[in-house]
Design a binder for this molecule. Structure first.
Ligand code: HEM
Length: 503
């Protein structure tokens, strides 16, 4: 028998708990567009550039709104306050990924969609953090500097092929860091793989697949006329498997032969160690190495492509940045990572590029693992949580006149909020490659500005062509269908500089 005081205490606790649960259930979900009976808001979600529509909806429904897709609740966060309050401050419950049968069963498991609750999650993050943190990133400078010279030479020799030079630069850095692999040309097989991987990712990371709601669709054979989803996934899986396996096997063989350069992979793979890796270690190593390549190449390339478009539109800003650079180098050397501290305008220009066109406008989806309450709204366990990064970096309260490209907004005594705080994601899922991405971007942007003038493309009569501001719509976005003129500022000096050993 329990004694009376204890019974009373337990009764009071039960009462408080049930009041709390009742109160929570009474709270409404954040508002949102009216759902239809069965499909919810599926019919209203645009297939292209959904971040723009979500930003519009947030003006009507507020910074946090709800969408329902069949029975799945999506909470869309459109303000810096909401993402920092939830995804950062409450990251212990907001860092899971939505469960996707399509991704995990057909496309295969990857770091990007691994559940926060998976026992391997901390291991992955630790491996990535130790290989990619700010300090570790400094060790990669010789690799970045080497790729930089190839990039600059490529822009001198074939300026119109600048997208190929960008791809080679980013893949060259990622493959060397991940596996110790040296890219040999723009048409390198491994560089092509990165490209295929980006395409595969775009095809599988769609907001909705019917099979997630109707599990019986899993059993229809892939040849069936309506089974496009299965064929898409199997195609993507083939690519993802190759992307993970081929460089991995290549690196394994190199290390076994004793003729290899140090890399993220070689740090963990030691053929002569007494305790060999077990199966799970192998898998972790395979996926983390592949994530450097699949997470780092396409994103960095997207930001560089945006940079070319914005520079061709903004000659005055370009000149200001060039004046700052010329003052630092006397036009006698290339810039390295240490120069960033003395180039505030160029740093601001880079921030503004990522603010103006965040590479991943909706980031990657999160999932909340416990019921929660925020600002009087109920956020149910299992809801998918989407950070509308584009809306945050175009919020006129934080960034007045948000559609004007203006690096000076990040300078002075009262700079506007640092966009790097938002564009690399949040909480325990924050991009582990942010430091490396930022440094590779700075190096490229600063040295391209030092070495070239970028202007609008011209037609056969010499008239400038106004580029269409068109953005590829996927998880990673970048401008498409534009050209620009890239001409060396000091051709002789540039050739000499790209041929010297040191930067
Ligand atoms: C401009 C450069 C980059 C941008 C804008 C960017 C942005 C992002 C964003 C928004 C996320 C999702 C974070 C979240 O879920 O909250 C992410 C995740 C990730 N990024 Fe990056 N990224 C960049 C470069 C890189 C680089 C260079 C690497 C690797 C070397 C990398 C590896 C990853 C990985 C592995 C994840 C998944 C983390 C996880 O799910 O736990 N990224 N990135």
């Amino acid at each position: 028998m329990l004694n009376e005081p204890l019974t009373r205490v337990l009764g009071a606790v039960a009462l408080v708990l049930s009041y709390y649960v009742w109160q929570r259930k009474r709270l409404p979900l954040p508002p949102g567009p009216s759902p239809r009976l069965f499909i919810g808001n599926l019919h209203q979600i645009p297939t292209n550039h959904p971040w723009l529509t979500y930003a519009e909806w947030s003006k009507k429904y507020g910074p946090i709104f709800t969408l329902r897709i069949f029975s799945q609740t999506h909470i869309v966060l459109n303000s810096s306050k909401a993402v920092l309050d939830l995804l950062e401050a409450r990251s212990a419950i907001y860092s899971d990924r939505p469960v996707s049968w399509m991704l995990s069963n057909l496309a295969g498991r990857t770091v990007f969609q691994l559940s926060f609750l998976d026992s391997h999650f901390p291991k992955y993050r630790k491996m990535l953090h130790s290989g990619l943190n700010k300090r570790a990133t400094k060790a990669y400078r010789p690799i970045q500097n080497h790729q930089l010279k190839i990039l600059l030479q490529g822009l001198v020799e074939s300026p119109n092929e600048f997208p190929a030079s960008i791809k080679r630069y980013v893949a060259g850095i990622a493959l060397k860091i991940a596996y110790g692999y040296d890219v040999s040309s723009d048409n390198d097989y491994f560089v092509g793989l990165a490209e295929q991987n980006a395409r595969a990712a775009a095809s599988v990371l769609q907001p909705f697949f019917w099979v997630e709601t109707f599990p019986f669709l899993r059993f229809i054979p892939s040849w069936f006329p309506f089974a496009t989803f299965k064929r898409t996934m199997f195609e993507a899986k083939k690519v993802i498997d190759v992307v993970e396996a081929v460089p991995f096997e290549w690196a394994k063989e190199k290390i076994a032969s004793g003729n290899y350069t140090d890399s993220f992979f070689s740090q963990y793979f030691r053929p002569d160690e007494d305790s060999p890796l077990d199966d799970e270690d192998w898998r972790n190593l395979k996926w983390t190495s592949a994530s450097i390549y699949s997470g780092g190449a396409h994103t960095t390339a997207a930001a560089m492509t945006t940079f070319f478009l914005l520079m061709s539109q903004n000659p005055e800003i370009q000149k200001t940045a060039q004046a700052e650079i010329d003052k630092a180098t006397g036009r006698e050397r290339l810039l390295n990572g240490d120069d960033q501290a003395s180039l505030p305008y160029v740093t601001a220009l880079l921030k503004e590029t990522l603010r103006f066109a965040p590479v991943a406008p909706l980031g990657l989806m999160h999932r909340v693992i416990k019921d929660d309450i925020y600002e009087g709204y109920f956020i149910p366990k299992g809801a998918t949580v989407i950070a509308n990064i584009w809306a945050i970096t175009h919020d006129s309260e934080s960034y007045p006149d948000p559609f004007t490209f203006d690096p000076t907004r990040h300078l002075g005594d009262k700079p506007q909020p640092d966009p790097f705080q938002f564009v690399f994601g949040y909480g325990r899922r924050v991009c582990p490659g942010a430091a490396l991405g930022e440094e590779s971007l700075f190096l490229a942007v600063a040295n391209i500005l030092a070495s070239f003038n970028i202007s609008k493309a011209v037609d056969a009569e010499g008239n400038e062509i106004e580029p269409a501001f068109e953005w590829f719509s996927s998880v990673v976005t970048y401008p498409t269908n534009f050209g620009c003129r890239i001409s060396p500022r000091f051709p002789e000096t540039l050739t000499a500089l790209t041929q010297t050993e040191e930067i």
